[in-house]
Design a protein around this ligand. Structure first.
Ligand code: ADP
Ligand code: ZN
Length: 243
């Protein structure tokens, strides 16, 4: 029965449409380091049940595995440099093919170079998906620096906290899994300034790429998370991406 339906071109077309329309809310989050995109992505993930795909987290997982590749990545990331496109793209492709990404996804930290943006575009075309919207989070450097140096992350589940703004119930311990909180080496000021420099150089072209496609909206990320998150939801509604 199923196969005979699939052999009928008309029905197959309808079937295909239904399947691919079920993939909704494909978002890209862009913003300088410290703008809090990981935190907003985690909230959206909880509310809409779609995965947050963070290339930073994927790379850190590889480091945790203790592999040879992981050792190389650790040195690159601790120095504040970008990981070469071919490595990141390979990891990203593997992750996006997992079943949970069929319902939609929030890309956090990818694409970060023009080459990655182009690769993502052709990957979307191949799988008949599309990026619905690119959210560009903006805040002044002074605000970002305070956020970054105060940022702590759970070693076990990756949840992000802040020593002033998003405090765990017990200092140094994750509320969700009781894992240990730590400061990433790349959150120290020197590495931050280096990453900002790279952002200007390598990620700004990504913004131009999506501007041409008219897919960018700017989100003021200088306020409290409690104000920014509702603003994201409002923006998604105004663009008719969510109901
Ligand atoms: P941040 O956004 O604060 O830099 P991430 O966790 O997203 O934090 O990334 C940490 C590091 O991982 C980056 O500094 C970079 O070395 C590497 N990385 C993450 N995503 C990418 C990417 N798309 N391309 C190249 N390197 C990446
Ligand atoms: Zn945790």
């Amino acid at each position: 029965m199923f196969f005979s339906i699939m052999q009928n071109p008309m029905i197959f077309k309808t079937f295909e449409l239904i399947v691919f329309q079920a993939s909704f809310l494909n978002l890209v989050f862009i913003g300088k380091q410290g703008v809090g995109k990981g935190t907003y992505a985690q909230r959206l993930k909880t509310e809409f049940g779609i995965p947050q795909i963070s290339t930073g987290d994927l790379l850190r997982e590889e480091i945790k595995s203790g592999s040879e590749l992981g050792k190389k990545l650790e040195a690159i990331m601790n120095s504040g440099s970008l990981v070469p496109d071919e490595i990141v793209i390979k990891m990203f492709e593997k992750r996006i093919q997992q079943g949970d990404a069929e319902k939609g996804f929030i890309l956090d930290g990818f694409p970060r170079t023009e080459n990655q943006a182009k690769t993502l575009d052709s990957l979307m075309k191949k799988t008949r998906k599309k990026i619905d919207l690119v959210l560009n989070f903006i805040a002044p450097d002074k605000v970002l620096l305070e956020r970054l140096t105060g940022r702590r992350q759970c070693r076990q589940c990756g949840t992000i906290y802040h020593i002033k703004n998003v405090r765990p119930k017990i200092d140094g311990i994750c509320d969700k899994c009781s894992g240990q909180l730590y400061q990433r080496d790349d959150d120290k000021e020197e590495a931050i300034r280096k990453r900002w420099g790279l952002y200007e150089k390598q990620t700004k072209p990504v913004l131009s790429f999506y501007k041409k496609q008219k897919k960018i909206v700017e989100i003021d990320a200088s306020k409290e998370v409690s104000e920014i998150y509702p603003n994201i939801i409002k923006t998604l509604k105004s663009k008719k991406i969510i109901g």
